[in-house]
Ligand binder design. Structure first.
Ligand code: COA
Length: 118
């Protein structure tokens, strides 16, 4: 289930965000968190099963959702959670086009290739 970020999830969200190659620096990570907490267009969603094990963050305009961050707890990778988060986001925002940015493009392309192959 994809749930909207709230402050109570700050630590787990920061932990997941820190797996992104461009969020290794603590100052940058703190800035990113602040952006998600304070800016209306920056929205963070968490994947919750029993625990919170994934994160997807977007920059939202009227037409698009640009995926800025996508991360899954290393103990739960290769279970399809990354792909499921992208798919769930599409279902939640059917009128928006979901696009990657430079940091998330590689995984996105992998997801799209697999959809085409099906
Ligand atoms: C990318 C990530 C979110 C995928 O999560 P996941 O739940 O394991 O993804 P899924 O199970 O849905 O899909 C797994 C597939 O994605 C591929 N994949 C993982 N990371 C990838 C990357 N950076 N670029 C391209 N493909 C990637 C895997 O090779 C795997 O393919 P396979 O099943 O053929 O081996 C996870 O690996 C992660 O948290 N990585 C660290 C954060 C990161 O680098 N995010 C940006 C990625 S561009």
């Amino acid at each position: 289930m994809l749930i909207r970020y709230k402050k109570a999830f700050e630590k787990i969200a920061m932990g997941l965000l820190s797996f992104m190659p461009n969020e290794k620096d603590l100052k940058k990570l703190q800035q990113t968190m602040k952006q998600y907490e304070t800016e209306e267009n920056w929205q963070l969603y968490l994947w919750k099963e029993e625990d919170i094990i994934g994160l997807i963050g977007v920059y939202k305009t009227d037409e698009i959702l640009e995926v800025q961050h996508v991360s899954v707890n290393p103990s739960h990778r290769h279970e399809g959670i990354g792909k499921t988060m992208v798919k769930t986001l599409k279902e939640m925002f059917p009128d928006h086009k979901i696009v990657p940015n430079n940091q998330t493009a590689a995984f996105f392309e992998k997801c799209e290739r697999e959809v085409e192959e099906q």
